[in-house]
Design a protein. Structure first.
Ligand code: AMP
Length: 441
């Protein structure tokens, strides 16, 4: 085994109150601390309700995948494949990558496990980390989390109702999280039949114009991507570019029309943005992103990807999906739910006095656990006052006081923290008594 030597480490200056440690989380990757967990749990709770309601089943794929899955799926010449993948060399000389997104892995799994043999369409969702070697900045990380919804059908029916369902489910999740002023931007980028003509028109339009180096490259590899350009000087040129909507073939036009009819039916606030193309090669027809009116970073992005399965060497699978960026959502809902989320508040706090009571507390706690009564405690604190301090902070409505006398007699005091009323209860009856009181509340 090769010896791995640690490099000498530099001390770093940290903010006041933080420990001085030479190690930091890797650039663009963050710890999620316990104080933020209620926000993540809130997101997961709403996500669970939405996925259950719209009938999506969970799928998990490995964090590492073969490099070629993304080269073929996302496409050479894309930022993700050219610049942003974390590549891991295996000892056997192969190359794996930390997944930069999860749609290609889901389609890989769909093909690999023959999910087309199950009732179609398959409605799948995933939730997990993705990795892109980007320049970290606000709302853009190197490790981030996505919730994705995908509707895949091995029967090759590219029904516009599925496009609409994906947009509707994503929108409603954000709405359930009380995110205000949501705007859906939507476009159709056509199909194999009509897109080549549009690409040609776009290239002709850009020819000879004073555009950035990236755009010049994009024109050669995938002209559609000039519409992704954020360079200031290219913006006036981009504004005058021909619109993809004018070049859609009849089936693509009718597909788009149907999607819009469905969205109109449920009154979703979408706007057409004919310059929305999204960065990945695998999309066709519908593409969309969801923003808030105030923000310029998308909270969610998705679209139809009927060719991806074939690009990966599989049978034709028509599919549409969305990826929702969890970090960006957490930042938005942080102000909405300040102090409002308290997911692990135990309703009962156990306080002990003396060594015998402390020992017996352990079996009492186990007894309560078996009865599914969550109980908080501070058995590591010796004095009654420091235990009460913890109890105060926990804010549990009931306290159990286990003194020396009680521990010898096989009883315990139940104190209602609001009224201050106390009652002695035999240990054999305590679980029932607590259930009764908690149920009553
Ligand atoms: P994409 O897979 O690029 O379409 O991204 C889908 C969603 O994931 C975006 O709308 C963002 O909310 C989120 N996202 C993408 N890249 C990042 C990143 N580097 N950091 C944080 N969130 C991201």
């Amino acid at each position: 085994m090769p010896k791995v030597k640690a490099k000498s480490v530099k001390k770093v200056n940290l903010k006041e109150g933080q420990a001085v440690l030479p190690f930091q989380a890797p650039k663009g990757m963050r710890d999620i601390l316990p104080q933020d967990m209620p926000l993540w749990e809130k997101f997961e709770k709403e996500a669970k309700q939405i996925t259950e309601f719209y009938n999506f089943s969970k799928i998990e794929t490995p964090i590492l995948e073969n490099l070629d899955l993304f080269v073929r799926g996302i496409g050479e010449g894309t930022d993700i494949v050219e610049k942003e993948m974390f590549v891991v060399r295996t000892r056997g000389g192969g190359k794996l990558v930390l997944r930069p997104e999860m749609t290609a892995p889901v389609v890989r799994a769909f093909i690999q496990h023959g999910l087309h043999r199950l009732p179609q369409p398959q409605r799948l969702y995933y939730l997990g980390p993705a990795f892109r070697h980007e320049n970290p900045q606000s709302g853009r990380f190197r490790q981030f989390h996505q919730l994705g919804l995908e509707i895949l059908s091995g029967e090759g029916e590219s029904d516009p109702v599925y496009d609409a369902e994906i947009v509707i489910a994503s929108y409603h999740l954000l709405e359930e999280l009380k995110i205000k002023n949501l705007v859906i931007q939507l476009n159709s980028i056509g199909c194999r039949t009509c897109r080549p003509t549009y690409k040609k028109k776009l290239s002709e339009y850009y020819r000879g114009k004073d555009i950035c180096r990236d755009c010049k490259l994009r024109l050669q590899i995938n002209p559609l991507r000039v519409l992704d350009c954020k360079n200031k000087n290219c913006q006036p040129i981009k504004a005058g570019a021909p619109s993809v909507l004018d070049y859609l073939c009849a089936p693509c036009k009718s597909h788009l029309k149907r999607v819009l009819e469905f969205l109109d039916e449920v009154k979703l606030p979408y706007i057409m943005n004919s310059q929305l193309v999204r960065g990945l090669d695998y999309y066709n027809r519908t593409v969309f992103e969801i923003f808030t009116e105030e923000g310029d970073l998308a909270l969610a992005g998705g679209g139809r990807y009927d060719y991806l399965s074939e690009m990966l060497g599989g049978r034709p699978v028509s599919a549409v999906g969305v990826a929702i960026g969890i970090e960006r959502i957490i930042e938005i809902i942080r102000s909405t739910y300040t102090n409002g989320l308290n997911s692990h508040k135990a309703k009962v706090f156990l306080v002990y006095i003396g060594d015998v009571a402390r020992i017996k507390s352990l079996s009492l706690i186990e007894d309560l656990r078996k009865n599914r009564i969550p109980v908080a405690q501070a058995l590591g604190k010796n004095s009654l006052s420091s235990q009460l301090e913890v109890a105060q902070k926990a804010g549990s409505p009931l306290a159990l006081i286990f003194g020396q006398k009680e521990s010898h007699e096989g009883s315990i005091i139940v104190r209602d923290m609001e009224s201050g009323v106390q009652e002695v209860v035999p240990l054999t009856k305590i679980a029932d008594e607590l259930k009764h009181r908690l149920h009553r509340d």
